[in-house]
Design a protein around this ligand. Structure first.
Ligand SMILES: [Zn+2]
Length: 500
């Protein structure tokens, strides 16, 4: 049986976002385990919906032994600082030297990491590792659906596979799939597979890549079909459009024993993605129009109407504290509404000190100079201010141990706002239940998320409206001031109208 070194280093970089990912951001971890190295790693990641968690479980079940290196993950933001990147990569190499002889390396990366000093965080790490261990040692990788893939990353790895679901309910499953592939590869004694890689000539708006809607649902179904039919380890990456780097954008990549088989499968899938170019969009409303439509829909609805604040998605570099949608809800006088998560540790702390039932006069959110945004100033009633520690239950964060401390539920008008001390995407109903709000019992829900919320909230809603209020994650990439995309790539799919 094999001895496999495992590591994780994840960051999705929105190069247009206001704050960078420093080392303390990785030490905190936000929705995911905080930075951990060596023997403590397996327990820290166990039970999470993460590639590394699924990989370790499956590899151990296959009888392999695990040599843990380092795991580090930070909330999406602007560039990873040079200090953070080099410190974490340094730890990985220190641990690698420490564990001695190994038969393979597994890496849980993201695929859209940009550091201050380099555009391709994953490609650089894979290149350094390849240089260290030589051409033969298997280095296998799981990546996010939102990877901005480079040819370098594809070629330095032995094999890579990515998530097939957005919302990413399949992160751990993707790690398991990689473990199964590696087990077969090691047992067969086969040589390093050939790789094929093709970039899509247009960017896909983040929300439009959701695999609960067309055409992404058809594309990910085709990935599994073509893989089953041809044996090519095949991935469609939707790309992460808020990155001003040459390799920004969707891609298709595949690994097979035979170069022509890999090329054929990749081209077949890439042509399906490109043939649907005009369909990679969708309707997005301004906050006032969205709230007006939601009020109309609510008259005949039996379940909540969800207003998705898709431009302030902390899962894509949003600050998590813009107030445009919540102000529009308040101005429209809607009742029986909940909104969140608003990242404002200062206000959450004030609320906790004031205590349940107190009235506080504060400026909530709007503290990151996002254009067009400002705090919501007023009197809020503190409904409660609990610990912030809970277990997530939705498809994205399932089983994840969350600590959103300090946390408070504040009421203003007919809206209850969930305020948190960690910048976390509102993709799980437990974030609301923890402060006593049953999401399914509300008439309106304002949710700060681009698409991950759909996994847990779409099934309980009568309608979901995508709303473009001020935020650091532009709904449509044609709003972004790109200067460094590769020649020929279109910032929007032809035929998709952002209204810009
Ligand atoms: Zn993603």
């Amino acid at each position: 049986m094999a001895r496999i070194a495992v590591a994780g280093f994840r960051h999705e970089t929105n190069t247009f976002a206001p704050h960078k990912a420093t080392l303390p951001e990785f030490e905190t971890g936000y929705s995911w385990p905080s930075l951990v190295r060596g023997a403590d790693l397996p327990a820290a990641v166990k039970g999470f919906n993460l590639g590394i968690s699924g990989f370790i479980d499956r590899a151990e079940a296959q009888g392999h032994s695990i040599a843990p290196l380092v795991f580090a993950s930070a909330a999406p933001s602007a560039q990873v600082t040079e200090d953070a990147y080099e410190t974490i990569v340094g730890m990985l190499f220190e641990e690698l030297a420490w564990v001695g002889t190994i038969d393979a390396i597994f890496l849980n990366l993201h695929g859209a990491m940009v550091a201050e000093h380099l555009d391709d965080g994953e490609g650089e790490l894979l290149q350094r590792l390849r240089q260290k261990v030589g051409p033969a040692l298997p280095i296998v990788v799981t990546l996010d659906y939102h990877a901005n893939m480079s040819r370098d990353a594809c070629e330095h790895a032995t094999a890579i596979t990515g998530y097939r679901a957005y919302p990413h309910d399949d992160m751990a499953e993707t790690g398991e799939r990689m473990a199964v592939w590696l087990d077969k590869h090691l047992a067969s004694g086969a040589k390093r597979p050939a790789v094929a890689f093709r970039q899509t000539p247009f960017l896909i708006p983040l929300f439009a890549g959701c695999t609960m809607r067309a055409p992404a649902d058809e594309i990910v179904a085709a990935v599994a079909e073509i893989e089953a039919e041809t044996g090519v380890l095949l991935t469609f990456a939707g790309g992460f459009p808020a990155a001003d780097i040459p390799d920004c954008g969707p891609s298709v990549y595949g690994y097979a024993a035979d170069q022509s088989a890999a090329e054929a499968a990749v081209n077949r899938l890439a042509e399906m993605v490109e043939a649907r170019e005009k369909d990679w969009g969708g309707d997005v409303l301004g906050p006032e129009a969205a709230v007006a439509e939601a009020k109309g829909l609510a008259e005949s609805a039996k379940r909540p109407i969800v207003l998705a604040d898709i431009q302030d998605n902390p899962g894509a570099g949003g600050t998590g504290d813009t107030m445009g949608l919540i102000k529009a809800m308040l101005d429209a006088g809607i009742e029986n509404a909940a909104a969140g998560l608003v990242f404002d540790p200062h206000v959450a702390t004030i609320a906790a000190r004031a205590g349940e039932g107190a009235e506080i006069s504060v400026a909530l959110g709007g503290k990151h100079d996002v254009p067009g945004d400002s705090p919501l100033t007023g009197n809020f009633k503190v409904i409660c201010a609990p610990s912030g520690r809970m277990i997530a239950s939705g498809p994205l964060y399932k089983g994840g141990r969350m600590d959103l401390h300090p946390m408070a539920r504040l009421r203003i008008g007919g809206i209850d706002i969930v305020v948190v001390g960690k910048r976390v995407q509102a993709a799980d109903q437990e974030f609301f239940r923890h402060v006593g709000i049953e999401p399914g019992a509300m008439r309106f829900l304002g949710i700060k998320s681009s698409a991950h919320f759909r996994g847990h909230f779409q099934p309980i809603a009568d309608a979901v409206l995508d709303v473009a209020a001020p935020g650091a994650m532009a709904a449509f990439p044609d709003a972004l001031p790109f200067t460094r995309l590769r020649a020929g790539v279109r910032v929007m799919p032809t035929g998709v109208n952002s209204g810009a």
